[in-house]
Write a protein that binds this ligand. Structure first.
Ligand SMILES: Cc1cc2nc3c(=O)[nH]c(=O)nc-3n(C[C@H](O)[C@H](O)[C@H](O)COP(=O)(O)OP(=O)(O)OC[C@H]3O[C@@H](n4cnc5c(N)ncnc54)[C@H](O)[C@@H]3O)c2cc1C
Ligand SMILES: *[C@@H]1O[C@H](CO)[C@@H](O)[C@H](O)[C@H]1NC(C)=O
Ligand SMILES: *[C@@H]1O[C@H](CO)[C@@H](O)[C@H](O)[C@H]1NC(C)=O
Ligand SMILES: *[C@@H]1O[C@H](CO)[C@@H](O)[C@H](O)[C@H]1NC(C)=O
Ligand SMILES: *[C@@H]1O[C@H](CO)[C@@H](O)[C@H](O)[C@H]1NC(C)=O
Ligand SMILES: *[C@@H]1O[C@H](CO)[C@@H](O)[C@H](O)[C@H]1NC(C)=O
Ligand SMILES: *[C@@H]1O[C@H](CO)[C@@H](O)[C@H](O)[C@H]1NC(C)=O
Ligand SMILES: *[C@@H]1O[C@H](CO)[C@@H](O)[C@H](O)[C@H]1NC(C)=O
Length: 574
């Protein structure tokens, strides 16, 4: 068997390693290396949990279907202007908009119908880096969490100790191209908002605004890849395998005995076994984890029946009497988001981020290459804000806003100056009651079956109210013009006519929600009901939307999940 050991960025050793006989082998899968924990997926959840398990001395196998991302992990995807550096598309914050460009966007999962990252770091390798320390409401009973999860601060502090946020990522401490922040702040001031450093007081989220905060270090993308990943792979008791897809878990009824991968070099038929009392943790994301569960005979019967019909996956299912009926894929949510486009004479639209890969502004590129300072040390976002609204159903919902130069789509009857465009995206966050369903189609592509945006009319009403309030004082900011929607379209008509799929924020949660038996998919230690030793630690267990863009909340959740999983007795029974 071949073992590749990755330490830091370089494959140090890739050689045949003789099989040891000390390892307990599982007879049904042959004498292959076996593990205490197999963690599937390296996103916001998987990297944190793999790091904490290996720190505690567990023997861990970390599997990822994609390849490297940051230069420090072996990534190579680089524009010419970064020649001679070890920096990639994924390192440079200012290349965020390039994720939506390019002829061969290998970083997107090719079998998930919404944007989803399939490389080391998952979504955290390709996301906008917006990083919010979770407010208490993110783990509140009112948001669907069991009472045992509400004291999150200890775990949140563990996360912020590893990865503090910054709202001035440039290595010279300066902020660049801040006109959009100034213009948006002026608009919000007319509505009674106050300015703050957002992550200084995570619970303060009503009529506040502040500079965008990021999970970046030293002017580069960091997130869990630049932190937890490096310590995890530095340990000899953790093995990391990239380009390895997990197809299903291998079950003997409630007992998980290993994972089936697509690489037959990793074990007989590609199966990697667990040690006795070992555990599998699925961290394959809000779409990836449900698919692995369906393929393992866990979930609603209609989804498993689709697997059953597949020539390759069908025969790998356990017998029907072992299927576990759980609401996997139900009750998902994602922030409905609506973009508003403005012009202001002070704004530099930065050529709408189009030339950043092939033809960046030379001074900005040179400055970034020199010392990771300047425009390229930030992604496009500049300012964020929140406001709360009480709905006629008595529930409070929060509206988040993100302001940035440029715009992806403009519809107006009037001429406008494209060099001066800026976008404010409004999102409905905590308190959203709309829910959808995700699943798989006949090709086992994961997709939304019921779109989760505005299935509850009150969510739409609050969004309309929030946007009306936001644009109500545009006239009071000299030079500011709302161009989409322009004055030929009412806010109601704009929101009501907005294509559902354009409301996608890529913040999916809830497809394997934590909850009581009979309602949730995982219990309060994140164990899948009906199994002895299968766990889920990723966005899919989060029962309802957090306050902001979610990767901070997911990482803090994973810190807590790792502690809860390790606190369980060694010999679990179903
Ligand atoms: C374009 C975009 C922009 C975003 N911007 C922000 C932002 O600015 N701030 C923010 O907080 N959030 C943002 N998000 C959302 C955030 O990145 C995700 O919520 C977060 O990454 C989800 O973490 P996760 O651990 O649940 O799963 P993911 O990060 O999706 O990780 C899942 C991992 O599992 C791997 N995997 C999947 N299936 C398998 C399998 N069968 N076998 C092996 N490996 C597998 C995947 O390759 C991936 O690496 C953005 C998302 C997108 C797509
Ligand atoms: C399969 O796994 C072996 C052992 O880790 C590795 O050397 C090989 O490159 C893998 N194959 C592919 C196609 O990734
Ligand atoms: C960078 O390298 C590529 C090929 O690797 C080359 O075509 C290009 O000219 C180089 N660019 C610069 C600015 O050196
Ligand atoms: C397994 O899947 C990954 C992701 O699709 C792929 O890169 C890899 O080559 C596959 N391995 C084998 C052995 O086919
Ligand atoms: C458009 O905006 C740019 C940048 O502010 C400015 O230089 C240019 O003169 C404007 N063009 C027109 C026609 O007003
Ligand atoms: C599955 O894939 C085939 C071949 O690419 C395609 O023709 C078919 O439409 C797909 N089916 C679904 C349900 O998407
Ligand atoms: C609508 O906007 C256009 C362009 O900004 C402007 O010329 C026009 O006067 C506006 N009409 C009304 C009724 O406000
Ligand atoms: C889905 O959410 C609704 C309320 O929003 C709740 O009544 C129902 O029990 C939930 N279902 C599952 C499977 O969690």
């Amino acid at each position: 068997m071949l073992l590749s050991i990755f330490i830091g960025s370089l494959p140090l050793l890739s050689a045949a390693v003789p099989q040891t006989t000390q390892q307990t082998s599982t007879p049904s899968t042959g004498a292959t290396e076996s593990y205490d924990y197999i963690v599937v997926g390296t996103g916001a959840g998987g990297l944190v949990v793999a790091d904490r398990l290996s720190e505690a001395g567990k023997k861990v196998l970390l599997l990822e279907r994609g390849g490297p991302s940051l230069g420090s992990t072996g990534g190579m995807d680089q524009p010419n202007w970064l020649n001679g550096t070890s920096l990639t598309r994924f390192d440079v914050p200012g290349l965020f908009q390039s994720m939506f460009q390019g002829n061969d966007p290998f970083w997107w999962c090719n079998d998930i119908a919404v944007n989803s990252g399939c490389l080391l770091g998952g979504g955290t390798a390709i996301n906008g880096g917006l990083y919010w320390y979770p407010p208490d409401s993110d783990f509140a009973v009112a948001n669907g969490w069991p009472p045992s999860w509400t004291s999150h601060q200890r775990y949140t502090t563990k996360m912020t100790a590893r990865l503090p946020s910054t709202d001035h990522p440039s290595t010279d401490g300066q902020r660049y191209m801040m006109q959009v922040a100034d213009v948006t702040a002026a608009l919000l001031e007319t509505q009674g908002y106050t300015s703050m450093t957002i992550n200084d007081a995570p619970n303060t989220k009503d009529r506040v605004y502040g500079y965008s905060a990021y999970s970046f270090l030293n002017g580069r993308r960091a997130g869990p890849i630049g932190t937890y990943y490096h310590t995890a792979v530095g340990r000899s008791n953790l093995v990391y395998k990239q380009y390895t897809t997990v197809l299903n878990v291998v079950r003997k009824g409630a007992d998980i005995i290993g994972v089936k991968t697509n690489n037959t070099s990793l074990g007989l038929d590609g199966v990697v076994p667990l040690m006795p009392n070992g555990r599998v943790i699925l961290s394959a994301g809000a779409y990836g984890t449900p698919r692995i569960l369906f393929r393992s005979g866990i979930g609603p019967t209609d989804m498993i029946d689709i697997v059953k019909s597949d020539a390759f996956a069908g025969p790998l299912l356990p017998p029907r009497e072992q299927w576990i009926d759980l609401p996997v894929g139900y009750n998902v949510s994602d922030n409905p988001s609506i973009t508003l486009v403005f012009t202001h004479p002070s704004v530099d639209a930065y050529d709408n981020w189009r030339p950043i890969w092939d033809n960046p502004r030379p001074a900005d590129a040179a400055q970034y290459v020199r010392d990771q300072s300047g425009v390229f040390s930030q992604p496009s976002s500049r300012l964020n804000f929140w406001r709360s609204y009480k709905g006629c159903d008595g529930k409070t919902r929060w509206l988040q806003g993100t302001a940035r130069p440029g715009a992806s789509s403009i519809t107006t009857a009037y001429p406008y100056n494209a060099s001066q465009i800026m976008t404010i995206t409004t999102y409905l966050s905590t308190g959203v009651t709309s829910r959808g369903r995700i699943g798989i189609d006949a090709n086992i592509t994961a997709l939304p079956l019921i779109e989760p945006w505005f299935t509850e009319p009150i969510d739409r009403e609050i969004m309309i109210q929030g946007i009306k309030d936001l644009v109500g004082n545009v006239d009071q900011v000299s030079g500011l013009t709302l161009i989409t929607p322009d004055n030929t379209t009412t806010i109601e008509n704009y929101v009501n006519g907005y294509a559902k799929r354009r409301m996608n924020s890529n913040h999916w949660v809830g497809s394997c929600a934590i909850g009581p038996r009979g309602k949730g998919v995982v219990d309060e230690s994140t164990r899948v009901y009906g199994t002895k030793n299968l766990f889920v630690v990723d966005a899919s267990i989060i029962p309802s939307l957090p306050m902001g863009n979610p990767h901070g909340t997911i990482m803090a959740m994973a810190e807590q999940a790792a502690a809860k999983i390790m606190a369980l007795p060694a010999d679990l029974v179903n």
